[in-house]
Design a protein around this ligand. Sequence first.
Ligand code: NAP
Ligand code: 8YV
Length: 311
Amino acid sequence: MKAEILIAGRMPPNVIEQLEEDFIVHDWNGAADPQALLAAVGPRIRGVATNAVQGVTPELLDALPNLEIIASSGIGTDALQLERVRAAGIKVAVTPDVLNDDVADMAIARMLAVARKICQGDRNVRAGRWLEGMGLGYRVSGKRLGILGLGRIGRVIARRAEAFDMEIGYHQRHRNLDVPYTYFDSLVELARFSDFLVVVVPGGPATEKMVNREVLEALGPEGILINVGRGSTVDEQALVAALQEGRIRGAGLDVFANEPHVPPELLAMDQVVLAPHYASATIETRLAMGQLVVDNLRAHFSGKPLLTPVE
Ligand code: NAP
Ligand code: 8YV
């Protein structure tokens, strides 16, 4: 008998069709009446496909008493109710590594976009304002880059930054012994070192508002903050104040504390580049993420180990 799978979040384009070959698939994310669908099929659902942003809610888990596996498109686990899910013996699979290149590219793109005023210039030209209010940009090459989280993505960002002749430092809980970059055991000290500070640590309570007023002060008036990790890691009120008061130069933000809500003050700022949580959103990466979602579900329901389990 085919296992029943619930689609609980937006999926890459290659997922649903493939899952329908092997499973009975219920698209809760796209359902006209999600509550009615859940009431009808909830107890029969054995697998969930979701993504790292929409994840699963406690209410959804309440309705799925026979759930065995959650396969998430994405690497972040902060929306997956990990503690509860683990306690219930539910397996979790994510999509590491396949997104490293594109997220790293986007971090570099944001550094360039903010420092070289790429979006402001585009807005000016379209509005017929040409150089009005542009001032001069700020060089990226040869500057100091601080990376908060030298993990899978952080390391790829560092490699790209090397090609820009940047001096690289990082902060996380453990020192990496296999890299030539400078380790800072204090985030404030890393910020003090940095011209650009890129945030790429996981979200959740351990990193909540880690980039606070003190860190932004240390980054200083020439400093640029880039966040491609999670919005929860940055104290958004402190960031808005630092930008408004010119205590940092600018920011490039892919993620926000309460998506899709963006602090309205940021919308009016030319020194800020904003994006709708888009760093992994290329065709190539999303197809690879989708394939891992499918392959993990197939592995689980054919009695094989998961390809990319959450450890
Ligand atoms: P990873 O390989 O697990 O790396 C995370 C790094 O963060 C590790 O090196 C870890 O080092 C450090 N870290 C973890 N907790 C920390 C803490 N409390 N304080 C300081 N450092 C900490 O993860 P990844 O694959 O690079 O992904 C990183 C994050 O990027 C994901 O969790 C996700 O939230 C985000 N992301 C965003 C997008 C997007 O679209 N914007 C796409 C993909 C991923 P230590 O263990 O030594 O602390
Ligand atoms: C995606 C992400 O944008 O991997 C993550 O943790 O945040 C991103 O890759 C997300 O999974 C939406 O599908």
